[in-house]
Design a protein around this ligand. Sequence first.
Ligand SMILES: NC(=O)C1=CN([C@@H]2O[C@H](COP(=O)(O)OP(=O)(O)OC[C@H]3O[C@@H](n4cnc5c(N)ncnc54)[C@H](OP(=O)(O)O)[C@@H]3O)[C@@H](O)[C@H]2O)C=CC1
Ligand SMILES: CC(=O)N[C@@H](CCC(=O)OP(=O)(O)O)C(=O)O
Length: 342
Amino acid sequence: MIKVGIVGGTGYTGVELLRLLARHPEVKLTAVTSRKEEGMPVAEMYPSLRGWVDIAFSDPAKADLKQCDVVFFATPNGIAMSQAQALLDAGVKVIDLAADYRIKDVSTWEHWYGMQHASPGLIAEAVYGLPEINREQIRQARLIANPGCYPTAVQLGFLPLIEAGIIDTSHLIADCKSGVSGAGRKAEVHALFAEAGDNFKAYGVAGHRHLPEIRQGLARVAGHEVGLTFVPHLTPLIRGIHATLYARLNKPADIQALYEQRYANEQFVDVLPAGSHPETRSVRGANVCRIAVHQPQGGDTVVILSVIDNLVKGAAGQALQNMNILFGLDERAGLDVVPLLP
Ligand SMILES: NC(=O)C1=CN([C@@H]2O[C@H](COP(=O)(O)OP(=O)(O)OC[C@H]3O[C@@H](n4cnc5c(N)ncnc54)[C@H](OP(=O)(O)O)[C@@H]3O)[C@@H](O)[C@H]2O)C=CC1
Ligand SMILES: CC(=O)N[C@@H](CCC(=O)OP(=O)(O)O)C(=O)O
C-alpha cells in the first residue's frame, strides 16, 4: 500500500483528495494535517466521509510526514517550497497543488506571487503535472507541480491546435469562468453568498497569476513565445470552469478530427461530437475535461469550449492522476467516478 500524507486537509482541494483517495485500492491514508483542527476526526468535520476516512487531523509541525511514500500539499502558495526538500531527502515524493514549482523562471514567479522563493534550486527538477503533455517525465519525477485550474482547461483546449502549427499563436484569447470554490474555503468577502450569488463579474483583466503559467505551457508546445489574452470571471457556481478559447486558423484543417486523434488515448479528455456545447455539470466531481470544437460559419476563427471541475481535473483529481503515474499504477485508480447530476 502507498502511504499518503496530505498537508492542508480541511480545504476544498484537501477534502476532495480525501474523497477520491477513500476509494483508491492501493492507498493507506497516513497523515492529514490542519493547524486549526488538530485532533478533530476528519469525519466529524466532513460527515460525508464517515465510514470512509477514520483518522484525525494532526498539526503539520508534529505530523510524521517522512514516513509517507507521497505527500500532497493542498496548501496556499508558498508553503510547499519550504518543506519539499526535507521530504525529498527522506525519499518521499511530493505533489504540490499550489503554484510553488509551476513557473520555471524564478523572477517571473516572484513577481506574480509577491514573495521570495524559498527553494529555487528545486524548480528545475519539478515536473509540471499535466499528464496529457508530460506523462513520461511524470513517471520519473520526485516532485510534481500540479497545474492550476484555469491553466488545465486552457492548455488542454489549445494544445492540439498549437501542436499542429495551424493557428496564429500571437493572438490567442481565453475567456474563462470559474465557480466560487476556486477561491478556496477561507473566508473572503467576494466569495460570500450575497456577493457571489446572483452575480457575474470579470476580474484580473490587467493580469492574473495564471497568465504566466498558461503562456509558459503553450510556449513550450509551440517552441516560441505566444500572445495570450486571459480574462477570468467569477460565476455563481460552486464548482466548475468553462473556458471559451478563440484562435485564428492560418491554414484549413479538419479540427474535429485533429482533436479526436490527439486525445484518442487520453482517458480523462473527452472530445464531444461536432457542434456540442459542454456543460460544467457534465464534469462535476469527475476527473475529466470535456472539449467541443467549433468553426462558426466556416470562417477562420476557431472556438474551443473546454470544461472541467476546478476541484478535480483542475486540482485534486489531477494530483491523484499524477500519483498513479508516479507509482506505476492504473491511471484511473480512485478516479473512476461518474459525474454528479443535477
Ligand atoms: N480551489 C481550487 O479550485 C484550486 C486550488 N488550487 C490550489 O490548491 C491549494 C489549496 O487550495 P484550497 O484547497 O482551495 O485552499 P483552502 O483555503 O480551501 O485550504 C487551505 C488548506 O491549507 C491549510 N493551511 C493554510 N495555511 C497553512 C500553512 N501555513 N501551513 C500548513 N497548512 C496550511 C489550511 O488548514 P489550516 O489553516 O487549518 O492549517 C487548509 O486545510 C492552493 O494553493 C490553491 O491555489 C489549485 C487548483 C484549483
Ligand atoms: C475563483 C477564483 O478565485 N479562482 C482562483 C484561481 C484558482 C486557484 O486556486 O488558483 P491555483 O490553481 O493557481 O492554485 C483565482 O482566480 O485566484
